[in-house]
Design a protein around this ligand. Structure first.
Ligand code: GLV
Ligand code: MG
Length: 347
């Protein structure tokens, strides 16, 4: 473990200072774009106005023979567009792949000044973050970048979940983490073939009834434990937790439900892999107007955040004030980007 003073030193002479606090940004959906497809690149100017983060995907789902085109396509789309307050991220190939090094060596010098976050797949432990951290610092210094590029880890191996706290603590460059349920299922030897979501066989059976009626099976959330572990690791280190992909594009209801569970447990966003998932994420990860109105009532009733009051028959105190503050702060952040919701929230 580094000493506190060394922790915030740049890792290369001439590299920018790491952030002491994460920049405040709205990241309800991280929208995946396959950058080797010209038709998809052409949609980016429109996407910038619709999503909070545009991510150029270089890893899984990009065929091996398209890896170089995807990398070049990402550089092109980064150069061609002005992203304004919309985030620009890339998911690079994993560390042991033949493509990772060139992903970094080509992208950072070309468009590092526009790149907010590198998403690193299959992170197993802090050593993976340390390697990318050092490499980014060297490339930032060489390219004369003024702003540090952040790292977002995908939590998608059994080893990564075991080491989640050490990953969160590995570098001031850490932005946050996403749950990667597909790779995680494979890594853990789970007996599923899905990308996130529930499974009908993962259920608790109700007790038998004397009547002999069929017993109800209550489906459980396969991801509850991991999301909880990730949220605690992230929040205790000041990072942002995210739910990752939901692969069944035909089941909007299940996608919404999975995203909502993650939102209620503390996640700030999810990946959108299909255009229909953009609006689902927007709906779920923007706080509910009725909740915002109630939260505002709490803040108004307790201006200094202490004491106890009753509102609509419910006890409020310092702790519910803090919960209300989380919701109102998020509503304010959403309002800064979304004028329609700003009006609905009355902010
Ligand atoms: C995402 O990368 C996943 O494996 O779920
Ligand atoms: Mg994966």
């Amino acid at each position: 473990m580094k000493t506190p003073s060394a922790f915030y030193q740049p890792l290369a002479i001439g590299a920018p200072l790491p952030f002491r606090e994460l920049p405040i940004s709205l990241e309800r959906m991280i929208h995946f774009v396959p950058p080797h497809v010209e038709k998809m690149r052409a949609k980016v100017p429109d996407l910038i106005n619709k999503v909070d983060v545009v991510l150029g995907n270089l890893e899984d789902a990009i065929p091996a023979d398209a890896k170089t085109d995807a990398r070049n396509g990402f550089i092109q789309l980064a150069k061609d567009n002005d992203f304004g307050s919309t985030g620009l991220w890339t998911r690079v190939n994993c560390l042991n792949s033949p493509w990772f090094l060139d992903d970094l060596l080509k992208i950072v010098p070309a468009v590092g000044d526009k790149l907010d976050v590198v998403m690193l797949p299959k992170v197993e432990g802090p050593w993976d973050v340390h390697y990318l951290d050092q490499l980014l610092a060297q490339l930032e210094a060489k390219s004369g970048l003024a702003r540090p590029i952040m790292i977002h880890a995908i939590l998608e191996t059994a080893e990564g979940v075991k080491n989640v706290e050490a990953i969160a603590a590995a570098s001031p460059r850490m932005h946050g983490m996403s749950l990667g349920p597909a790779d995680l299922a494979a890594s853990r030897g789970m007996k599923t073939t899905r990308v996130g979501g529930g499974h009908p066989d993962y259920a608790v059976l109700a007790d038998p009834e004397e009547t002999g009626n069929a017993r109800t099976a209550y489906q459980q959330d396969l991801w509850h434990y991991t999301v909880g572990k990730m949220v605690d690791a992230c929040l205790s280190y000041g990072l942002k937790p995210f739910y990752g992909p939901f692969g069944d594009f035909s089941d909007a209801q299940a996608c919404e439900s999975q995203f909502r569970n993650a939102f209620l447990m503390g996640c700030l966003g999810a990946w959108s892999l299909h255009p229909t998932q953009i609006d689902i994420a927007k709906k779920v990860f923007s706080p509910d107007p009725a909740e915002v109105a109630f939260a505002k009532k709490i803040l108004d009733a307790m201006p200094d955040g202490t004491g106890a009051v009753m509102i609509d028959g419910k006890m409020q105190d310092d702790a519910t004030w803090k919960q209300a503050k989380v919701i109102v702060d998020l509503a304010e952040l959403v309002s800064s980007k979304d004028s329609e919701l700003a009006e609905i929230y009355g902010l």
